[in-house]
Write a protein that binds this ligand. Structure first.
Ligand code: DGT
Ligand code: CA
Ligand code: CA
Ligand code: ZN
Length: 613
């Protein structure tokens, strides 16, 4: 485990101990241990563990040192597993309700006897929570709202979390000797920002061992269905997954079908029908009752398929289509590219399959050349320990260098974000000087840009004066407070910031947190207009929980000249990897390399930033 992962684990232990009502000193020891870890560098930790010197650090005793070392080397901790098992599961679920920490949950549990979310909701509804010390009407209302939100959202999962579960399963399926091909389909493959369930598709020559393997994955809580060729499971955390096993010759048709989206599929089927073909998860076969058999045979032959059979009668049941497909293996179509081609289309990447004009564009060869992972050369909007980040400047730059990035922008919080330890003018000046020195030292090949994530104050002024902003390479302006403003007030506030000549980009436009909180009320269209008019970039915040500005806006906006920056908003070195989630969304928004500022090489970005100032 890395330093930050260990720190997270210690915090988790503290939370669990607090839930159990353990000695507060013990709880605090773990919390302090986590903070101590955050303040030392990764290299230093590795050395201290190797030399058995951890406990020489202030605040880390024998017991803690041993646990840190165990986590570092094995990634696991027996103590934690036991601790988790000893806490009422309903109390752990309550931790997911915004505003509820372990102390409050403990109080609710001991004083009202609530053990589940449903019991807690009931206690809110009949007013018992408000009578407790430290709660009151307002927080009772907030808790109830949190529980309702959770119910409304709880059925979906962040793409990032779903991908984390799916990745090892897909790799495992592919490694099974019975498996010829395996892919994940559905919304995960379309890279939607949230995922309802996972859809695995496998071509296998033997079914039972694959099903057995799938149903016995670690983390599977329940096998909810198991049929001849399909199984469904539910994992800890509620995510569900379907596995479908098909014969190899049907794989590509099933892959296309189960990738969706439904809207895309409907349009594809209509297109197939217009060409005398019936498209389904089982194959592409002549449609019944339309055209002569001869015409269909000619069409099929033209597309290089072996299928010459036709049927009569209107409409076609699934089982008939299935039989027909089985009897006609269509060996000419092995890949999705060939499938699209059979319908006169260029290959449509899964991200674009939302039924929003991609088929029309593919028909005339006007699909965009989507931005790719290899196109990114750096990123803006990253934090360090100077504000609320968990890695130092040097650690962040080293991580960017390891990714092969040409540049890294540092944009720590400004002074009004005091809860995030925002920098005032003098600390910002010190950081800027430190960055200049680091650039001059030649220690890293990655160039560092000096920036700030500068608060947009409630009236639209910026948190720093012009002279201070003028010392920076770039400025990300963001809203971090007064979320409750009326839509026209918020819109005018942000536009005022965009009109400021020193503002380079707008951070997380709506402030939404996926599956947790709606964005604030703001007229997105007007903001996009103002950004284009003022040559301000709107960031695509790549944090998997934000992905804001939403992909549904990007295609139109970029066509009109809006520049995008895919910004990880990293708060530690691991957070730089979030650009992958940002790329997904950029691709869903039809963005090309040209639309994304951080695909440009260092010299170009330097010149671009200089010209903007
Ligand atoms: P999700 O799981 O809610 O995030 O979204 P999807 O797109 O993964 O939906 P899911 O898992 O229900 O089904 C996977 C794909 O299977 C879906 O994108 C399209 C296809 N599919 C499922 N049911 C239907 C249907 O009734 N009609 C059509 N045309 N396609 C369907
Ligand atoms: Ca799905
Ligand atoms: Ca599904
Ligand atoms: Zn921010």
């Amino acid at each position: 485990m890395t330093k930050n992962e260990i720190a997270d684990t210690l915090t988790e232990i503290a939370t669990l101990l607090e839930l159990k009502g353990e000695n507060p000193f013990k709880v605090r020891a773990y919390q302090a241990g986590a903070r101590t870890l955050e303040s030392i560098e990764e290299d230093q930790l590795v050395r201290l563990i190797a030399e058995h010197q951890l406990k020489t650090i202030k605040g880390i005793g024998d017991a803690l040192a041993q646990k840190i070392a165990e986590l570092h080397t094995t990634g696991r901790l027996e103590f934690l597993e036991q601790l988790k098992g000893s806490v009422e599961p309903g109390l752990l679920t309550m931790l997911e309700v915004p505003g509820l920490g372990s102390k409050k949950i403990r109080a609710l549990h001991t004083k009202l006897g609530v053990k589940t979310l449903a019991e807690l909701a009931a206690a809110c509804t009949d007013g018992r929570v408000a009578t407790l010390d430290g709660f009151g009407e307002k927080s009772q209302q907030k808790i109830l709202e949190g529980i309702r939100n959770r119910e409304a959202y709880g059925l979906r999962h962040l793409w990032w979390d779903a991908e984390t579960v799916a990745e090892p399963i897909l790799a495992g399926l592919r490694a099974l000797p019975q498996v010829a091909r395996a892919e994940s389909a559905g919304s995960l493959r379309r890279r939607l920002e949230t995922v309802g369930d996972l859809d695995f598709l496998v071509a296998a020559h033997e079914i039972a061992p694959v099903m057995d393997w799938f149903c016995s994955r670690p983390g599977v809580r329940e096998v909810t269905a198991r049929g001849e060729t399909k199984a469904s499971v539910r994992f800890e955390g509620g995510l569900q997954a379907d596995l479908r096993i098909v014969p190899a010759e049907q794989f590509v048709f099933a892959l296309h079908h189960f990738t969706g989206s439904k809207d895309h599929n409907v349009q594809m089927r209509q297109r197939a029908l217009a060409r005398g073909l019936s498209m389904s998860e089982w194959g592409l076969v002549p449609a019944a009752g339309e055209g002569t058999a001869k015409e269909k045979a000619a069409q099929i032959a033209e597309r290089g398929m072996r299928n010459t059979e036709s049927k009569t009668g209107a409409g076609e049941s699934d089982s008939a289509a299935r039989q027909s497909a089985v009897r006609n293996p269509q060996s000419a179509i092995q890949t999705e590219a060939e499938l699209f081609s059979a319908l006169g289309l260029k290959y449509i990447p899964p991200e674009l399959r939302e039924g929003l004009g991609e088929i029309e564009a593919a028909e005339v060869g006007e699909l965009p050349r989507l931005v790719e992972p290899g196109d990114l050369r750096g990123a803006f909007h990253n934090h360090t320990t100077a504000s609320d980040g968990r890695n130092t400047l040097a650690e962040m730059v080293a991580a960017a260098e390891a990714l092969g990035w040409e540049y890294l922008g540092i944009a720590d919080h400004s002074k009004s974000s005091f809860q995030a330890n925002g920098l005032d003018e003098s600390r910002l000046a010190a950081q800027t000087a430190e960055i200049h020195a680091l650039n001059a030292s030649g220690k890293f090949t990655t160039h560092i840009f000096t920036g700030s994530e500068c608060d947009i104050l409630p009236d639209g002024r910026l948190d720093f004066d012009d002279a201070t902003l003028a010392t920076l390479d770039y400025v990300v302006a963001s809203v971090h407070n007064a979320f409750a403003q009326e839509e026209d007030v918020m819109t005018a506030r942000i536009i005022r910031a965009l009109e400021h000549p020193r503002v380079t980009m707008l951070g997380h436009l709506t402030g939404r947190l996926l599956l947790r909180r709606e964005g604030y009320r703001v007229n997105v269209g007007k903001i996009i207009d103002a950004a284009i008019a003022n040559h301000v970039v709107i960031e695509l915040n790549a944090n998997p929980q934000r992905l804001d500005l939403d992909w549904r806006h990007w295609r139109r906006a970029a066509e009109r000249g809006l520049q995008c920056a895919i910004n990880p908003d990293a708060h530690d070195t691991a957070g730089l990897a979030y650009v992958r989630a940002g790329l997904n969304v950029a691709r869903k928004g039809w963005l090309t390399r040209e639309a994304v500022l951080n695909t440009r090489p260092l010299a170009e970005v330097t010149a671009w930033l200089r010209d903007r100032r």
